[in-house]
Design a protein around this ligand. Structure first.
Ligand code: EPZ
Length: 430
């Protein structure tokens, strides 16, 4: 098992490039199942989760070819299986994304029910009820969701997501685009990753109105052409590296990210007292999309009050990183996760590093302290674990972080990127 060894304190300085967004790449990989032929996904991040998803698609007869950051998914000849086995689903809950495409293309699916994770039960009832709204019949068999479309295929329907759900919006939308007739999906998630899926499906021939809004009107079509899309930058990964400067001190520039996807994250970094600068290279049109953001810690951190919300609110995937910064702020901060009230496993690990945090009823109260001290800690939740690495870079002494496989799920070679910023971090095995 790999673990990280981090020497601190080391201020971080330099530039990193944002990778493609994991949470955009996964639904796009599933959407490739909807068309026969060769879909091309550029800027694909190289992560455990994308590799697992490639294995899962391979189980269904989708041939994947990764050339650098460009993935070609070939479904020529059709899908050869409609089962997502437990062995893969237990390692990656996003496997549930094959449910919609399988029902749409093959009229049946047998998908292992995803388990819980470090921060709660993670139900999939909205995925199931959304498919039922399109005429699917679902049953439970030994831990598998067994779904079947009506004779003649899925038919258009109406469904309202409550609560807002990123995954269920993507899944039900992928089923609806090939359903017969009209569908109206309400209270949809509008995260940039969801909007990219909508746009990629439209570019492949789907009839969807309302991209970027919470109401999607879909007119089913008989077939789609293969996808051609470049995955958007990962706003959470970018936010994590900017937060690194807040936590460990210094100045970090992230290139290739989109400030427009990160407004609430940048606002909180500014509330912490950091100097956040957005650079849009607008005098060079070709590079206009080549945005960059710099975060510099210019003095003591100020306490913050953060409440996570669905986009465009502050993302739950960034609350741990902000908690690590708040642990070093000059005052008392409050972090509330309204999406996952139990998503605080990192709090106890930060306390091991000397942070003063109390969690009650979905809110963490963080009493800032002068310094953190190294101690062995354990990664748990994917995004929170990155916060532990950043806290370790600020802590005095040598910190060992175990179960780093959680981190590899969502961050491309994090130790190389942090080393390029001056961190003293090595990966070891035991
Ligand atoms: C996506 O998970 C992300 N994962 C999560 O990132 C992210 O934290 C989450 O959205 C919230 O932004 C991927 O995109 C792969 P939800 P998802 O459905 O889709 C409840 C990562 O790996 N809910 O938007 O599973 C749920 O309990 C992860 O990067 C239901 O009640 O999240 C939660 O309270 C960490 N029934 C709320 O909705 C359902 O059927 C939002 O969850 C589904 C969800």
């Amino acid at each position: 098992m790999d673990y990280f060894v981090v020497e601190g304190p080391t201020p971080l300085r330099g530039t990193v490039r944002a990778a493609g967004a994991k949470n955009a790449a996964l639904p796009l990989m599933a959407a490739a199942m909807l068309a026969e032929g060769r879909s091309v996904l550029a800027n694909l991040p190289d992560l455990r989760d994308t590799r697992f998803f490639l294995d899962l698609l391979g189980e269904m007869g989708v041939r994947g070819e990764l050339d650098g950051g460009t993935l070609t998914l070939d479904t020529t000849g059709g899908l050869t299986s409609t089962t997502a086995p437990y062995e893969i689903v237990r390692k990656m809950r996003a496997s549930i994304y094959v449910l919609g495409p399988l029902l749409a293309v093959r009229g049946e699916a047998r998908v292992s029910r995803p388990g819980g994770c470090a921060f709660g039960p993670r139900p999939v009832d909205l995925h199931e009820r959304g498919m039922a709204a399109l005429g699917a019949e679902l049953a439970e068999e030994h831990g598998y969701i067994v779904a079947r479309a009506p004779r003649g295929g899925l038919r258009g329907g109406r469904f309202r997501f409550d609560p807002v759900s990123v995954g269920a919006t993507c899944n039900v939308l992928m089923a609806a685009v090939l359903a017969r007739g009209e569908s109206r999906l309400e209270n949809c998630a509008i995260e940039p990753e969801v909007t990219q899926l909508v746009e990629a499906l439209v570019a492949a021939g789907a009839h969807i109105e309302g991209a970027g809004t919470r109401t999607l009107e879909v007119q089913g079509v008989a077939s789609l052409t293969p996808l051609e899309v470049a995955v958007i930058p990962d706003r959470i990964e970018a936010g994590t590296y900017l937060a690194a400067a807040a936590i460990a001190g210094g100045e970090v520039r992230v290139e290739g990210c989109r400030a427009g996807h990160m407004a609430p994250i940048l606002a909180v970094l500014r509330d912490l007292g950091c100097k956040v600068t957005e650079h849009a290279d607008d005098d060079d049109k070709a590079a206009a999309a080549e945005e960059a953001i710099t975060c510099a810690r210019t003095g003591p951190l100020a306490p913050v009050r953060v409440e996570t919300q669905p986009f465009p609110g502050f993302p739950t995937d960034m609350q741990a990183q902000i908690m690590a910064a708040a642990a070093l702020a000059d005052g008392v901060s409050f972090v509330t996760d309204t999406i996952y009230p139990d998503r605080f496993t990192h709090a106890a690990e930060l306390v091991r590093l000397g942070a003063r945090i109390e969690v009650k009823n979905g809110t963490a109260t963080i009493i800032g302290t002068e310094r953190l001290q190294a101690a062995p800690v354990m990664a748990s939740d994917l995004r929170a674990s990155a916060a532990l690495v950043l806290a370790a870079a600020a802590a005095h002494g040598c910190t060992e972080i175990r179960r780093v496989y959680h981190i590899d799920r969502g961050y491309e070679r994090i130790e190389h990127r942090l080393t390029s910023l001056g961190a003293r971090i090595t990966r070891a095995s035991e």
